[in-house]
Design a protein. Sequence first.
Length: 381
Amino acid sequence: LAAAQVNLGLLYLNGAGVARDEAEAARWLGLAADQGDPIGEYRLALLLLAGKGVERDTKRAGELLRHGADRGYVPAQVSLALAYETARPSRTGLAYFWYRIAGVRTRDQRLKTLANDGENRTIMYLSGAEIAAARHTADLWKPVGPGLEFGILGARPPAAADNAGGGPSPAKPPSSGTGFIVSHVGDVITNNHVVEGCREMKIERAGSKIAVQVVATDPGSDLAVLRLPGPADDIASFRKADPPKPGEAVLVIGYPLHGLLSSGASVTTGIVSAVAGVRNDPKQLQITAPVQPGNSGGPLVDAGGTVIGIVVSKLNAIKIAQATGAIPENINFAVNAALARALLDKNGVHYEEASPAGEPLSTPLIAERAAKYTVMIECYR
């Protein structure tokens, strides 16, 4: 069965009960994809996009995502929309079309949020006629082929009738964000909004999920400190004394769009465009490095590999356009690291500082080092 091949592929991909083997995962997912299984196609497409376990092939990945999207698999629809949105040149109309379909069809709140956010981003670049045409076509859209349901048993024909027995509601899928380790004791900095309202939080390290506790919060600065149950070897260093400057190169590392993109950390680059945020807020830095949902709480790292900020949010283009009449581009923010240090000092957390490096480090080296102390945080509500 294709569903069994998908599940076996995921076991190899995650190292669950077997040795982690991306090539073997790709082989089993490929067998499922060859049978037209949308989940297998989607998972194989992610490996093809990342070049993990298989040679990178964006063309085939796009074809697999399109087939999975046509069959009605919402994660494939959102990923396909994102691929269209980020293509060069961008295919904004198609991105808007698939975001709209995904947002209407899914009952998964995380996927609905991703789809709605994508729809709001792309609509600003379309004319009224283009929007009307895309909406009309999306509203008439129906999956290709026999209807399928997607669940823990994989893609399968729908049951004859829904369960009306009033059993327990399924657990809500976790939301996710990013954090980074700042002490050898195991303290982790992230955004307060990443952990707010969570009944349980887990951090993924070395393929395992570890429960963590909140040590301190500062809602005004949107910061929180978590603590791992054990010590940590690799930790971040904050930049000492020298404040961030407009124009300096920066790197963002985090886990955006978890479950849709690569399971590994994602790296983007840009510059500090301003040393104040909305309404000249000195607590924030404005940056051009691309930021997606899930990046929140990750480190903003300078060319010397030291932390100068904590990624906090992506400015809502719709709200700014309504207020100013202009469409913002590449407007993202980070909390100034000085506030993080102040919160750590207040709570007796010992962290490391480093003077600015004399010579810039290479981006791959910075990313390699940062990946060792950057973690994904899952919030269970």
